[in-house]
Design a protein around this ligand. Sequence first.
Ligand code: SF4
Length: 414
Amino acid sequence: MNRPELLAPAGDFASVDAALDHGADAVYAGIGPFNLRAHAPNFTPDDLPELLERIHARQRKLYVAFNIMPDRQRLTAMEKLLRKLAGAGTLPDAFIVSDPGVIQFCKEIALPSSLHLSTQTGTFNERSLAFWKEQGIQRVILPRELPLTQIAGLAASGLLETEAFIHGAMCVSISGRCLMGAYLEGRHPNRGDCPQPCRWKYRITPVSENDDSVSEVKRLDVEENEEGAYLLNSCDLCTIGILPDIIRSGVTALKIEGRNKSAHYVAAVVKTYRAAMDAWFSHPGTYSVAGEWKRLLESIEHRPYTTGFYTGEISMQEVFISKAASATRIVGVVKALLPEGLPVIDVKNSFTIREPLEILPVNQTRMPFPVTVSRLTDLSGNEISRALSNRLVVAHGAACIQTGDILRRNEGNH
Ligand code: SF4
């Protein structure tokens, strides 16, 4: 059986490094405003040479999301950008596309980049796969709403490469076919600007029987506690428990959602799924979810987890109380090792000596382990008791640390 590609999101260079360090085979990113995460940091066209160099130097791949549904003005701007990238010789391994007009000019201008069809397009059956193959598409990113039995059938057709989501946020609509954000806020999901009203809290106002402005009153049963009620909020997808079934479905690539997420989040999720995939391919008969994988996935910001539609049990759209929560906070990243082996920490959130911390190691086979910093100095060797945010400090007494390792604090929320 072919090993599927592990595909990670990246909203900035730190997330690219985290994805590569922790075992992603490919990274997807947005360049400029023409992707469905308009509020992710995204990259500029001028970032592309460095982005390609970092990723290709490690024999991994870069896919660029180019998947908004553009009006005429945006379509023209997209074509102009594509010509600029092609002229500069900075084309990614693939573009993620959805609009037929964009597909058309990508085929003319963007060779040899492959074309991957965005999940936004909604490809549910073999006829659609055959149609998109005729249009020059190489891979289809399947809807999260398909059960695994149907995904296996599409993969087995051999018509196109297939990609399935394995972790991250879900839409309560069919992969973004939703105008709620546009209706309530004038912000369009299909231009990457969804304000996520499905995640908002709503207050329900009783309607008086004498209110003539309401012609029909429908009954909606809602569960509520002291925090209120979420009417539409969905759980987050987590497939670590059914990963063997997803691998056996024969898909070409396993995708992690989250270009808005932090490098810490990307590192933890990529690391967990890399470990799980490697474990399954080494000993497929004895796969079970390790406690440390569960702990790692529980330690990052997330809503309650679900396997979504994959098993055929549609549990993700229950009305329930849900809040994103994180049990850990990044405090720094190891930027370099000094000749004597001491790590230089790029501090993201302040920490002190002797505070209980944890290392999320770049080493793909090592899981997080505790660490205690016994001394801190600045780069000139002066003693300091607290590492302040956005400074470089030298940590003493922390053993077994490598460049790229993440230091984090257990916030004890779980
Ligand atoms: S409002 Fe929610 S369901 Fe609709 S597109 Fe945005 S995230 Fe998806």
